[in-house]
Write a protein that binds this ligand. Structure first.
Ligand code: DC
Length: 229
């Protein structure tokens, strides 16, 4: 049986950075669920498919193939044979993605894919519903957060690295809006699993956070191994 580490939390809480580090250290597959929703959004945009057109959306979902490969500095996202790691990070895709991720057919299909990816491998899966909906029985669940100001600062730096220089106040406003939308939405709302370990990383350096989370994962992994013998 696969060992599942589920990490959920709001935007820019450090989920991707930490999931990448933990999965690398443990030799687990890393499933970045947000990137999967972004792939569907990119594909619909590329083909100019209207979000009301359930038939065309169904066709795209039938044919879409998403997988991840570990790159030098993180994870590369491959959709239908093409490396879309950078294309899925544009503002256009980000803006469209929120509506795309609210379509129940899209969520259903990606949920199946996420479970399939974990059927033969130990995984770190990260997103907003991984410990509640995708893997309610995950071996370890974390809910990772940080203050809005810290998250906005991180987001501003991420965007600057992509060549988008925004004022801090504007990024902070978008973080507030994201938080409001993400708990209100009908499909895939951000929820904290009752049995998740809550971590506020506002005052933590990445290395400290990694050591803390990795320690918990290793402990649980060892316990499961002993239990299985
Ligand atoms: O984490 P992110 O910014 O890459 O996520 C992209 C979009 O997908 C964002 O609108 C949130 C949504 N999403 C979702 O609905 N469910 C998930 N498990 C992960 C992301």
């Amino acid at each position: 049986m696969s060992f599942i580490v589920a990490i959920d939390g709001p935007t820019s809480s450090g989920k991707s950075t930490i999931s990448n580090l933990i999965s690398k250290e443990m030799g687990f597959v890393y499933i970045q669920t947000g990137a999967m929703y972004r792939c569907v959004a990119l594909e619909l945009l590329k083909h100019g498919i209207d979000l009301e057109d359930t038939e065309q959306i169904g066709k795209v979902l039938e044919e879409i193939d998403i997988h991840f490969i570990r790159g030098k500095d993180g994870q590369n996202v491959i959709m239908n044979g093409e490396d879309v790691t950078e294309q899925i990070r544009t503002k256009e895709v980000t803006d469209y993605c929120s509506d795309v991720a609210s379509i129940s057919e899209v969520r259903h299909k990606l949920l199946q894919e996420q479970r399939k990816m974990a059927s033969h491998s130990d995984v770190v899966i990260e997103g907003r519903d991984t410990g509640t909906t995708v893997f309610p029985n995950a071996d370890v669940k974390f809910f990772l957060t940080a203050s809005s100001v810290v998250r906005a600062r991180r987001k501003q730096q991420e965007l600057a690295a992509l060549g988008e220089n925004l004022r801090f106040i504007d990024v902070l406003k978008s973080v507030y809006k994201w938080d409001e939308d993400s708990v209100k939405r009908k499909e895939g709302a951000l929820k904290r699993a009752k049995d998740s370990i809550f971590i506020d990383s506002s005052e933590m350096e990445v290395e400290e956070l990694k050591e803390k989370m990795l320690g918990i994962v290793k402990e649980k992994y060892k316990e499961r191994d002993e239990w299985c013998i």
